[in-house]
Ligand binder design. Sequence first.
Ligand code: HSE
Length: 299
Amino acid sequence: MLLKVPATSANLGPGFDCIGMALNLYNYIEYEFLEKEGYLSLEISGEGADSLAKDKSNLVYRAFSRAFILNNQKVPGIKLKLINNIPLARGLGSSSAAIIGGLMVANCQLNKRLNDDQLLDLAMEFEDHPDNIAPALLGGIVLCTLNNGKYYYQKMNPPNPLCCSILIPDFQLSTKMAREVLPDVIPLKDAVFNVGKMGFFINAINTGNLELLKLAIDDKLHQPYRSRLIPGLPELFAKATKSKIILGIAISGAGPSVIIFHKKEDTDSLGQLQEVLLQHGTAAKLINLKPIVEGAQVL
Ligand code: HSE
């Protein structure tokens, strides 16, 4: 059996910790249940093949086994082959993909007894923020809010001509480190700035008026503080703002990747953005991706 889980980009400019989007870049999990209870065989190819754990501490396996334990069931034997295309620690949701992947594999054996809400609740045992987890499972662009200790989700479909490219620097940045640079207190005017931008962002997505994204994609809650972790970021944003094809640019999740929203797939001129980072000593890969409607799926 085979399933795929998409990469995700969180924050999307103004929506720090509250919004994320699924992208057409996937990790695949081949799996086969085995008779021998608790047995694990784990192979990894692609991203993280040399660095990720191949024993029971692997995040895919931890999520997989947690689903059985929570359902008072014995953990079945499993042969897993992870084919990873989502780069690690780059702000593209590789951990969320692992968690959702592990839970989905378990849910197949549990005859899909866990619904999306339960899967999301369970996934949140492993991550502190829902903005990658939710779109990895549900697809589309997902809004998340915490109410009386429980997360709630609203999925929106990405408007059709919306394309994006991701600039992926050749260094890793852990979410933990990227959160350590954030202040505990935000000036009121910065909070108001983000509230307004977020309103415009949601309106742009729901109406399909992509011109509004030019106004909406900005942030004062996390990007100014994280800027120093990504050499050349202010210059990159300045360059992007002048481009005719770019609708918006933002740090993807906690970084260091950057998401660039544009209408056309014609992205020749985006190579200039790579140059800007290179001038600041950072080599980066540029890939074109599309927002997708479907989340993780058994194939
Ligand atoms: N929203 C998180 C952050 C990353 O920017 O730190 C994804 O959970």
